[in-house]
Structures are given as structure tokens and as C-alpha cells.
Design a protein. Structure first.
Length: 127
């Protein structure tokens, strides 16, 4: 999978799994959805933004955003994260990996072919 495809799928997922509160900070989305789900309550760092606020300042803004909501600051990290070394920078600040997630994509035809079975289901009148 190319980096461009990873970036596209990650952004589509971020758009589909929307939070009711989004604050944009130099291309990052600080997302809040009342703590209901990890993805919609984390920083999506998929873009650097045009204003290029210093990284340290962006991280501090994110931490303050979640502190105001009495929630831990979580970052959504993937191969398309910007900047590309954000995971190691966060690790040096004491952040740890909490919920690793694998994203898989395939064509519908491939999935149907691999999941085809020779079984059928029927419901009898006795049921």
C-alpha cells in the first residue's frame, strides 16, 4: 500500500468517524466526542497545515484541549502522520502506545470470494 493510499484511507476514516467537536491546529484535528470512542477523541495528525505552528506549540495546544475536557491526550498515529517522526517525539515526552489498530483494505470481489461457503441456512416452522 502506498503512502498516498494510506493517507487517503486514514483521512476518509477520520471524516467518517466524526467527532462533534473539532479544533484545527496547523493541519491537525483535535477531536472530541465526549469520550465515547478513542478514534473520535484523539488528535488526527494527518497534515502539517499551511501556518506551520511549531511542533512543541501544537502538542501543547492539543494537551490543553484535552485537559479542559478532563481527558487524556491521545494521538492517532499512522504511517501518514505529519510530521513523520511524531511517534518518536511523543515517546520522548512519555507517551505510550495504547490501542494498536490494523487497517486492511480489499476489493469487494476479493472479500466475497474468500468468504464464500458451501453452507446454507433455513428456518423451519418448528423454530
Amino acid at each position: 500500500m502506498t503512502l498516498e493510499l494510506i493517507r487517503l484511507v486514514d483521512e476518509l476514516a477520520a471524516n467518517a468517524w466524526a467527532a462533534h467537536t473539532n479544533q484545527i491546529v496547523s493541519g491537525w484535528r483535535l477531536r472530541w466526542n465526549d469520550g465515547i470512542t478513542g478514534r473520535a477523541n484523539s488528535v488526527w495528525a494527518g497534515s502539517l497545515g499551511e501556518d506551520r505552528i511549531r511542533l512543541e506549540d501544537r502538542i501543547q495546544i492539543a494537551e490543553e484541549f484535552y485537559q479542559r475536557r478532563n481527558a487524556p491526550t491521545k494521538f492517532h498515529i499512522c504511517p501518514a502522520t505529519q510530521p513523520t517522526d511524531l511517534d518518536s517525539i511523543l515517546e520522548s515526552r512519555g507517551y505510550v502506545i495504547i490501542t494498536p489498530t490494523d487497517v486492511q483494505i480489499a476489493s469487494v470481489d476479493s472479500v466475497l470470494e474468500l468468504s464464500a461457503s458451501n453452507y446454507s441456512v433455513s428456518v423451519s416452522e418448528n423454530f
